[in-house]
Design a protein around this ligand. Structure first.
Ligand code: PMP
Length: 363
């Protein structure tokens, strides 16, 4: 096998090695089935069990009660930027509030504006999305159909550690880049959505967890393939689902339950990993400068610049020579971004922290 490098990509991203090993082992023939997960029909007992276990694992991990539905959709999280307002606004006569804390939240709001009356309850653009609002910074409409926020802004590296207070207005959250990284008080949410390709599996499937209450809002007039209610009625089998991607999500959720021991343990590990990098930044005397204000720092995407921006290219190149790949920051923020999702091993983060210290010494 070609040697694996440490993959700090923001997504598609690193997957747990035991998951990849199991996929590899069974790739040609699933035990007891005789064909591969890439070839098998979605209407067969094997896939019925995969769907059932994946949903069950997610329910266990997140404590999702029977009054919530779990859907497996396609079109990535960006399709949710449209499906959310189409399903939750039509027929309500109401608008929605968006808390914009980074590029993805901005994009979600812009898409929603094609559908209905949308207000920014907060927009952090003026400070280049380096911080999060406190509850009193929010300009909320108590009559809104929902409030949307982005729990972790993948590009800027700012992350909510809890939920904004929105009173009785249902909370909708794009959890794409921190799904399953900590336990979530799911009852606080009306709907969450996450593309799989960061913390849950490969690209191709998007998980939506939504309350029965909100499901009732989906209008019959919606296009079939954009209607949450129809996906729920058909148990996500409205058309051919991404079988392979869902199978891998099943293995990842199994890994979280059995190998890691649940989301509280995962959260503790994530905090340890992130601290290793933020400690290097904070003790560098300004050589490394974090983008996010300390209180808003992401455990998933660590964003920083070098004091001497001209050395950032060398940083990325030399890191790569050490097996630390895909560290270049997003063009809108610049600098460096280390994405350290659930599956990034502690050793990978330690190797990056060591490299950062030695790079500073050499410069
Ligand atoms: N929201 C967030 C927070 C993201 O990080 C991403 C992907 N980077 C998206 C939405 C868009 O996801 P997709 O590419 O699956 O549409």
């Amino acid at each position: 096998m070609e040697k694996r490098v440490y993959n700090f990509s923001p997504g598609p991203a690193v997957l747990p090695l035991p998951v990849l090993e199991e996929v590899q082992r069974d790739l040609l023939s699933l035990p007891g089935v005789g064909v591969s997960a890439l070839e098998i029909s979605h209407r067969c007992p094997w896939f019925d069990k995969v769907l059932e276990e994946t949903e069950g694992n997610l329910r266990k991990l997140l404590g999702i009660g029977p009054n919530y539905r779990v859907l497996f959709l396609q079109g990535g999280s960006r399709l949710q930027f449209s499906m959310v307002p189409m399903n939750l606004l039509r027929g309500t006569g109401k608008g929605a509030d968006y808390i914009v804390t980074g590029s993805w939240g901005q994009m979600a709001m812009t898409e929603a504006q094609r559908e209905g009356k949308i207000r920014a309850a907060y927009n952090g653009k003026a400070t280049n999305f380096d911080r999060l609002p406190t509850d009193k910074d929010l300009d909320l409409d108590p009559q809104a159909a929902y409030v949307h926020f982005t729990s972790n802004e993948t590009i800027q590296g700012v992350q909510f550690a809890g939920e904004p207070a929105t009173g009785n207005v249902p909370l909708v959250c794009d959890v794409s880049s921190d799904f399953l990284h900590r336990p979530l008080p799911i009852d606080r949410y009306g709907l969450i959505y996450a593309c799989a390709q960061k913390n849950a599996g490969p690209a191709g499937v998007t998980v939506v967890v939504m309350s029965e209450d909100l499901l009732a809002r989906s209008s019959d007039q919606l296009p079939t393939m954009l209607n949450y209610k129809l996906y729920a009625d058909e148990k996500s089998l409205l058309n051919t689902p991404p079988v392979f991607a869902i199978y891998v999500v099943m293995l990842v959720t199994r890994w979280l339950l059995n190998d890691i021991g649940g989301l509280a343990k995962m959260h503790a590990l994530n905090k340890q990993k992130a601290a290793m990098l933020y400690d290097v930044i904070d003790s560098s005397g300004g050589f490394y400068q974090g983008h996010a204000q300390p209180a808003c720092r992401s455990l998933m995407n660590v964003t920083f610049r070098l004091r001497d921006a001209a050395t950032e290219g060398a940083f990325v190149k030399q890191a790569e020579a050490k097996g630390l790949h895909y560290l270049k920051g997003h063009r809108s923020v610049g600098g460096i971004r280390a994405s350290i999702y659930n599956a990034m091993p502690q050793e990978g983060v330690a190797a990056l922290a060591d490299f950062m210290r030695s790079f500073q010494k050499a410069h």
